[in-house]
Design a protein. Structure first.
Length: 86
C-alpha cells in the first residue's frame, strides 16, 4: 500500500473514476455487442438464402436442359422410326 500523499490520492481518485465509468458504460457496450451480433447473424442468413437460390436455379436449369435433350432425342428417334430404348 502506498503512503498517503497528495499525488497518491489523486491517482487513486482518477482510477476510481475510470472504474465507475467502465461500470456505467457496460450496459451500453453489451447492447451494442448484441446488436452487432444480431446484424451479423441476419447478414449470414441473407447470404445463405441467396446462395440456396442460386444453387436451385442451377439445378432447375440443368433439369430443363436434360428435359429438352430428351425431347430432341425422342423427336429424332421418331423421325428415324426407332424407340428411345432401342
Amino acid at each position: 500500500m502506498a503512503f498517503p500523499t497528495a499525488v497518491n490520492n489523486q491517482i487513486t481518485d482518477a482510477l476510481s473514476q475510470s472504474g465507475v465509468t467502465n461500470l456505467g458504460s457496460a450496459p451500453a457496450v453489451a447492447t451494442g455487442n448484441l446488436f452487432q451480433a444480431t446484424a451479423h447473424a441476419l447478414a449470414l442468413a441473407a447470404h445463405n438464402a441467396t446462395f440456396a437460390q442460386q444453387q436451385l436455379q442451377i439445378v432447375a436449369q440443368a433439369v430443363t436442359t436434360q428435359g429438352v435433350a430428351l425431347i430432341y432425342a425422342a423427336s429424332a428417334q421418331a423421325r428415324a422410326g426407332t424407340t428411345i430404348n432401342g
